[in-house]
Design a binder for this molecule. Structure first.
Ligand code: SF4
Length: 58
């Protein structure tokens, strides 16, 4: 599953809008991986590539 570097994430929401089944914004305004998120979804890579601060890694 992908990992979010919360120190780097700026909470822009791009990952959550591109891949809502895997990413969501937490109450703290940072991205997080949803519980029970499906693995191997192609939009994960899309989110990694689209994050403006490269906060998502696999
Ligand atoms: S795309 Fe990157 S910076 Fe934006 S919310 Fe997701 S992890 Fe954070």
């Amino acid at each position: 599953m992908p990992k979010i570097n919360k120190d780097v994430c700026i909470g822009c929401g791009t990952c959550a809008s591109l891949c809502p089944e895997v990413f969501e914004l937490s109450d703290a305004g940072k991205a997080k991986v949803k519980e029970n998120a499906p693995e191997g979804v192609s939009c994960i890579q899309e989110a990694i590539d689209s994050c403006p601060v490269q906060a998502i890694s696999k």
